[in-house]
Ligand binder design. Structure first.
Ligand code: ZEM
Length: 291
């Protein structure tokens, strides 16, 4: 006798296993679509997760990965986000297969998946981001400008709440991927293995001789020996600035220390400004293709 009772609603509450399925679907797509750039969408997916998160401002508690507002102009048109449509489009079939996940949780899960599938450390993950409308788009200029110096790096990452050690650790992501002249204007990869996460970025910064690249493009550096690798002006600050250099030397010597600090800093980055219900001690650690 149901008369007078509320009808029973079936609401789907996703759990760890459901998010692992989404992880697996992204990983499968990553390994299947190996005809992009240097053989992987991993770097551009990580860049999407970073640019979604790196808009955070701790003083106003605005920006960050909650909202996925880069779906909309004006944020999608910000110069720093040029080229990230490739990453958003890559994830569209995954969103269609798992319509219950929000874009904001999906983009960050794709960042986690990319790091792990490019043989990086485990990145524990929390879900709970909600998608918000374009009124939550952040103003242009919150992401770092590669032509600037150490004080700019500290201003941008300090605004998110990071210290020097985390700034250097996070920069190790430039072991991955490349610059595209039709996106940022810069050109080339930072390392010889741009689809595998290693501490090579730090080793190359210290071990190679770097000189200005002679070209019509923006000011960037190339390695004197092979002229195939690049560094941005902001990358060079990690050896020029004494306080940054200490950590560059540490990570160049000790890949385990880099992986530990990189994982911790990325977890923090990906969670900036998100009002989670899932507690910190119950984060999900996904099984990767290599486990
Ligand atoms: Zn990047 N980054 N980044 N970065 N980045 C590029 C590419 C990639 C800076 C920057 O201006 C640029 C972090 C920090 C900083 C990645 C991850 C992370 C490019 C090239 C530029 C210009 C874009 C293009 O042309 O396609 C600056 C100034 C930074 C700090 C000072 C942090 C932190 C990252 C993650 C944790 C990744 C993975 C790429 C490669 C993208 C790709 O498509 O290959």
């Amino acid at each position: 006798e149901l008369f007078g009772q509320e009808p029973k609603r079936r609401i789907f509450v996703p759990r760890f296993g459901d998010y692992q399925k989404v992880y697996d679907a992204i990983a499968k797509r990553l390994h299947e679509h190996d005809n992009y750039d240097d053989g992987s969408y991993g770097p551009v997916l990580l860049r999407l997760a970073w640019h979604a998160s790196g808009t955070y401002d701790k003083l106003t508690n605005t920006g960050g990965s909650n909202g996925a507002t880069m779906r909309f102009a004006p944020e999608s048109d910000h110069g720093a986000n040029a080229g990230l449509k490739a990453a958003r489009d890559f994830l569209e079939p995954v969103k269609e297969a798992f319509p219950w996940i929000t874009y904001s949780d999906l983009w960050i899960l794709a960042g986690v998946c990319s790091i792990q599938e490019m043989q990086g450390p485990k990145i524990p993950y929390r879900a709970g981001r909600s998608d918000r409308d374009l009124s939550f788009c952040t103003p242009d200029g919150r992401l770092p400008d590669a032509s600037k110096d150490g004080s700019h790096i500290r201003a941008i990452f300090g605004r998110m709440g990071f210290g020097d050690r985390e700034m250097v650790a996070l920069s190790g992501a430039h072991a991955l991927g490349r610059c595209h002249t039709d996106r940022s204007g810069y050109h080339g990869p930072w390392t010889f293995s741009p689809t595998t996460l290693t501490n090579d970025y730090f080793k190359l910064l210290l071990d190679e001789k770097w000189a200005y690249k002679k070209w019509n493009g923006p000011k960037q550096f190339e390695d004197v020996k092979t002229k195939t690798l690049m560094m941005l002006p902001t990358d060079m600050e990690l050896v020029k600035d004494k306080a940054f250099r200490k950590y560059t030397e540490l990570y160049a010597k000790d890949n385990d220390a880099f992986f530990k600090d990189f994982s911790d800093a990325v977890v923090t980055l990906f969670e900036l400004g998100v009002p989670f219900e899932q507690p910190e001690d119950l984060r999900y650690t996904f099984k990767s293709s290599f486990d």
